[in-house]
Design a protein around this ligand. Sequence first.
Ligand code: F6R
Length: 361
Amino acid sequence: SKGTYPYYMLKEIDEEPAVMRRILSNYQTDDQSHEFKIDTEILDAMQQADKLYIVAAGTSYHAGLVGATLFEKLTDTPAEAYLASEFGYHMPLLTKHPFFIFLTQSGETADSRQVLVKINQMHLPTLTITNVPNSTLSREADYTLLLYAGPEIAVASTKAYTAQIAVQAVLAKELGEAKHVQAAQAFDLQQQLSLVAAGQQQLVDEKDHFKELAHDYLADQPSAFYIGRGLDYDVSLEAALKLKEVSYILAEGFAAGELKHGTIALIQDNTPVIAFLTDPTTVGLTRGNIKEVQARGAHTMTIVSQALATADDQIILPDVDDLLTPLLSIIPAQLFAYYASLEKGLDVDKPRNLAKSVTVE
Ligand code: F6R
């Protein structure tokens, strides 16, 4: 039940720190070894792979974009996320030894399932990462890993997004360890996920601040942009989807460097442009892009990791490893979507035209 919450969406955002801790405790080994429990069968199959194909829809696809980077950095294996609705009918040339990861909160998404059916006909190895044990995609894949996010009732996915990133991080860490990849060996994921949980708690406790920012930046605005590079670009796509689906503000997530190649024509006085800045290698470039849109009248906001923060930034994120910043930076954006929707008097949990589980292609 919603308990004292007005909407499930807010309850589910508030649950994100607890979900992180649950993932940590369900996947960590019982000893103090700083390792995680992943079936050796899964790791063995994945070690044979020359590329990891992540297939998903909507928010789960956005979690897959982040996951692809985690797998590449921690396992030295090429990884790429694909939209399920595109992949099945316009399949790219596959590598010799592909391994498929299906990301799906519900485990029932038809677009994802049609790909799994085709991959099964090709007798290629498959893993489903899902929130629902015994769901269709779980039953039809070779292996399953669970998200342990608890039931997600609000149509807009929030805690499943961060859970999907965290479980992919656990899998990447263990696969990287199995492959003796130095980056994985040096990555203390247990400590990092504890830091993430504490950082998320700090952010959800700041919700009044985000409510004010949502009012100042987004109320009465017909459109908005989220920008970033690298993982921050991936988060921009999810931040924009959240805002669109629950507040009906036309939002776009943009690669920060691409804005000037056309879309900057849409920037007018007061157009909100919200930038994620957690990538040290490109922070200077993105700060330059912010200046470009400011000069055209944009109302800019920055969501910045601690190490990169200046006195002028609006939101400073608690400190975690650069690979895991999406687990923190998405939280203000989820809350912006929630409060923008609330302010417009909309039914936050049941946006028009949407269903929780999309069982048609
Ligand atoms: C967005 C949202 C959808 C789902 C998508 C995939 O908030 O909820 O975009 O992420 O329909 O659903 P699952 O993960 O159940 O396959």
